[in-house]
Design a protein around this ligand. Structure first.
Ligand SMILES: Nc1ncnc2c1ncn2[C@@H]1O[C@H](COP(=O)(O)OP(=O)(O)OP(=O)(O)O)[C@@H](O)[C@H]1O
Length: 290
């Protein structure tokens, strides 16, 4: 079975978005039943440094981000199921300078991507930790964030220099079967990207410039995939293999892009670029195969 899925942003005049809860409800909440039904879904925060991506995804005390809210709904939905049992595992990784690090086990060094027998791309050797509640996931996330590559830049004092990806895997079994057979696996990717600005804008030199080039390689590949997928004449060849980020996230997946822009006039060019990408992404139709 194949299903077409497109969700356009609602009419901005029709609703108010004042906090992370509103952002979650308008953008991400609808994905949760898909994941518990065995589909993959991705939410990524896109935009220049300091525009609020980490604030949206992770949140702050008293202002929980998309991650907490998505996990709360995910666990709630699983608890309410009468005919299924679920097992949830999580992995947390960063892509820094086109290298993958396990943030829950940083001693494991740099990890490689591999295709499994079904053709889906996996991170070889990444730790998968069982989680029974949002608190357990968030505790591990906080631990993992201490390992994340974060440095001050001219544009943000606690700038995330890597793309951070939280993978939540939901394995579903049917309770009513005599043999407890695994039926479906859904995966939710929650992604806090590094800043999308051109390196020159953050007045970075040396190491930060090199990072900028690598960050931009992944983001450029992401932008190219968005361009190719949104081509009015139908998608041409999609270069998912051009970067670690697009290899990992590419393929069959319902995807939400949360675009971040700054109100500052000095950020006009970045804001415009972000909106152009967001507009293109809005027109992508994905075919999700079951
Ligand atoms: N909606 C908001 N309300 C209040 N404060 C915010 C909001 N968005 C962002 N901030 C604050 O702005 C600062 C920069 O935000 P944040 O670190 O989330 O940016 P970022 O886009 O993740 O940047 P980078 O790409 O450098 O990691 C933080 O101190 C954050 O708390």
């Amino acid at each position: 079975m194949a299903q077409d899925e497109i969700r356009q942003g609602a009419n901005p005049a029709a609703y108010k978005v004042e906090n992370n809860k509103d952002v979650y409800e308008e953008t991400t909440k609808f994905l949760i039943p898909n994941v518990t039904s065995g589909y993959n879904a991705t939410v990524f925060a896109y935009g220049p440094t300091g525009a609020g991506k980490t604030y949206t995804m992770l949140g702050k005390d008293g202002e929980p981000g998309i991650m907490v809210q998505a996990l709360n709904d995910l666990f709630l939905e699983m608890r309410q199921s009468t005919d299924k049992t679920y097992k949830v595992t999580m992995s947390y990784l960063e892509i820094y300078n086109e290298m993958i690090r396990d943030l829950l086990n940083p001693d494991s060094g740099f990890l490689e991507l591999r295709e499994d027998t079904k053709g889906s791309v996996q991170v070889a050797g990444i730790s998968e930790v069982t989680a029974r509640s949002t608190e357990e996931v968030m505790n591990m996330l906080v631990k993992g964030n201490l390992e994340r590559t974060q440095e001050p830049t001219a544009a943000n004092a606690t700038s995330s220099r890597s793309h951070a990806i939280l993978q939540v895997t939901v394995r579903q079994r049917n309770k009513t079967r005599n043999i407890m057979q695994e039926v479906r696996t859904g995966r939710l990717y929650l992604v806090d990207l590094a800043g999308s600005e051109r390196a020159a804008n953050t007045h970075n030199r040396g190491k930060r410039m090199v990072e900028g080039a690598h960050i931009n390689r992944s983001l450029l590949a992401l932008g190219n995939c968005i361009n190719a997928l949104s081509d009015k004449n139908g998608p041409k060849y999609i270069n998912y293999r051009d970067s670690k980020l697009t290899r990992l996230l590419g393929g069959n997946c319902r995807t939400v892009m949360i675009a971040h822009i700054s109100p500052a006039s000095t950020q006009f060019e970045e804001s415009r670029n972000t909106l152009v990408y967001a507009d293109r992404a809005k027109h992508i139709k994905t075919k999700v195969n079951t």
